[in-house]
Design a protein around this ligand. Structure first.
Ligand code: ADP
Ligand code: GLC
Length: 525
């Protein structure tokens, strides 16, 4: 036999059956980066020849966007009296039956299964109603997703498929690993290995003991070493304690959450599980976020045609009725307008920032107080600051393409995608040195400019005038066209495709399987 072929077959790559579970999946349902990641990572895993299926709730707005959707199974929840609608008393003795709908991730062969239930059949976003109020029964809604994931993963459904790995994402999927651990109790049951990815520690899914009881979770788990969390219980704790492997979306954030400031009361637990905790940097969808081909921007450009970026700048200024100034530094910001994103830091320094020769455009929604404070500044300085409240995919692309620099003064940032989009679009990111921002943007210090590694402006502290200093520095750099161009090009040359990260996830899956086989079963069920 040919030597080459022999050695190739010897190191045959693993092919896992992966059930990837999330509350968001772009383009069906997205409120932030979670939706983006849950689209791109499965694609990249499929390209590495994995058998991957995605499971999400069948929100009406998700069904609407799905092509060739069909019902492929019905599943009865193996929990009697699972709360079916708002309130605890309805359907107490009925079995909750759900339909599984099947579609594909657009442009791929990745199957997406959607759980259809009355609990998801509502307008709004995955988490909020039309008035931006959180659905009161989100615990029931996502617990249902978790129970169904376990049925599918264990191969107990008409889908005739079981999982080797269950990959859960954020608190909405935190009970899956708990419920799968319980499967070990059943004679001869082999459960899939479990991986839990933290996209954001700030959201923990905390609910009362009454709700814990209503969810029919084993009473033995009600102790502070397991699901109890300050007299309530927490979904995310389930994922962190019971999963074979836990990871987060950047190496720096994986370290940060082991400290009090970022751990939201769970830093000690994370430090204790340190050996099973790692950080894998998110990538970006290089096709969707490609300035050379992006259909959502005014004029396409690449490094070679970088001057075309200017046409986008004019278009954005026109969109926002800002004076068409070619040489005024235009700063963009697209984000959920919440504490995490450091919008208050920007507001505190706004007076001084607006004294600089800058224009600012902001797209986002979230905290009502932050929104109205921004609006006040915009009303006061309409020639310099413009704001669009709401969610607008197309405009977000134009802002990335048109801005000279992009503001991300986050107080914490598990990974962050917008700074990566900015780099790819030749838009200089101005970021605070935290989490994934620290891992992906290299500060424009003299030394880094000289050795051509600089890609953005990085500031340290989330207080005082540090953000003002950063904008000041950006403004100075902008005035030197040679330096500015070098910064843009350095950024555009960065490689943030998913391929490498997906390989790291494969290695993580292998470790999860090893850990599942090696460690003793959890005892307290
Ligand atoms: P997070 O997930 O914390 O919100 P990320 O930077 O990881 O932050 O991802 C945010 C994603 O959501 C990006 O794709 C960004 O463009 C998008 N996004 C946020 N707010 C809006 C908005 N108002 N309109 C359009 N896209 C938005
Ligand atoms: C979260 C984080 C963000 C990260 C995204 C995708 O929403 O806030 O930093 O990029 O998840 O992992």
């Amino acid at each position: 036999m040919n030597k080459k072929i022999l050695s190739k077959s010897k190191i045959s790559k693993p092919k896992y059956k992966i059930l990837f579970v999330s509350s968001e999946l772009h383009p069906f349902a997205k409120t932030g980066g979670l939706g983006d990641v849950c689209n791109s990572l499965p694609r990249a895993l499929k390209a590495l020849h994995q058998d991957i299926k995605i499971l999400i709730p069948a929100y009406p707005f998700a069904i609407e966007k799905a092509e060739q959707i069909k019902q492929v199974a019905q599943i009865d929840l193996p929990v009697k009296g699972f709360p079916g609608t708002l309130g605890l008393t309805v359907e107490t003795n009925k079995v909750h039956r759900v339909n599984i709908l099947e579609t594909k991730l657009p442009g791929t062969h990745v199957k997406v299964w959607m759980v259809e239930s009355t609990l998801y059949n509502r307008p709004g976003t995955p988490y909020f109603d039309d008035d931006n109020k959180e659905w009161e029964d989100n615990d029931f809604r996502f617990a249902l997703l978790n129970y169904i994931a376990v049925e599918i993963a264990m191969g107990r459904t008409e889908l005739k498929w079981h999982a080797d790995i269950v990959h859960s994402n954020d608190w909405q999927t935190g009970l899956i690993s708990v419920l799968l651990e319980k499967e070990y109790l059943k004679k001869k049951a082999v459960r899939p290995a479990t991986v839990f990815t933290i996209h954001n520690m700030a959201h923990m899914g905390v609910y009362s003991k009454e709700r814990f009881d209503a969810l029919k979770l084993p009473q033995s788990l009600w102790n502070h070493h397991e699901l109890e969390f300050h007299n309530e219980f927490s979904f995310i704790k389930g994922g962190l304690i019971f999963s074979d492997r836990v990871n987060t979306v950047s190496p720096t954030y994986a370290l940060e959450i082991q400290h009090e400031e970022f751990g939201y009361g769970l830093s000690e637990l994370l430090a204790y599980r340190n050996e099973r905790l790692s950080g894998i940097l998110n990538g970006i969808d290089m096709k969707e976020w490609n300035p050379a081909k992006d259909p959502m921007i005014k004029k396409n450009y690449s490094i070679k045609t970088i001057n075309n970026k200017q046409t986008n700048k004019s278009a954005l200024q026109k969109h926002f009725n800002l004076p068409k100034k070619k040489n005024t530094l235009l700063l963009g910001l697209v984000a959920r307008l919440v504490y995490q994103k450091g919008i208050d830091l920007l507001l505190e320094n706004m007076d001084e920032i607006l004294k600089l020769p800058v224009q600012i455009v902001i797209l986002g929604s979230g905290d009502l107080e932050l929104e109205s404070r921004l609006r006040r500044w915009s009303n006061k300085h309409p020639d310099q600051l413009q704001l669009q409240i709401g969610y607008d995919e197309q405009l977000s692309h134009l802002i990335e393409a048109a801005s000279d620099a992009f503001l991300m003064p986050s107080r914490f940032e598990p990974c962050g995608l917008n700074q990566l989009y900015s780099l790819r679009y030749g838009t200089i990111p101005i970021v605070r040195k935290t989490g994934g921002l620290a891992d992906t943007v290299i500060h424009a210090s003299k030394e880094n400019l000289n050795n051509r590694s600089a890609t953005g402006v990085v500031f340290q502290e989330a207080e005082g005038s540090t953000i003002l200093d950063a904008v000041n520095l950006t403004s100075l750099l902008y005035q030197n066209k040679d330096i500015w161009k070098k910064l843009m090009i350095n950024g555009m040359k960065q490689e943030f495709s998913w391929k490498e990260s997906a390989k790291q996830y494969l290695a993580l899956y292998a470790q999860a399987i090893e850990d599942r086989n090696k460690y003793k079963r959890h005892s307290s069920f």
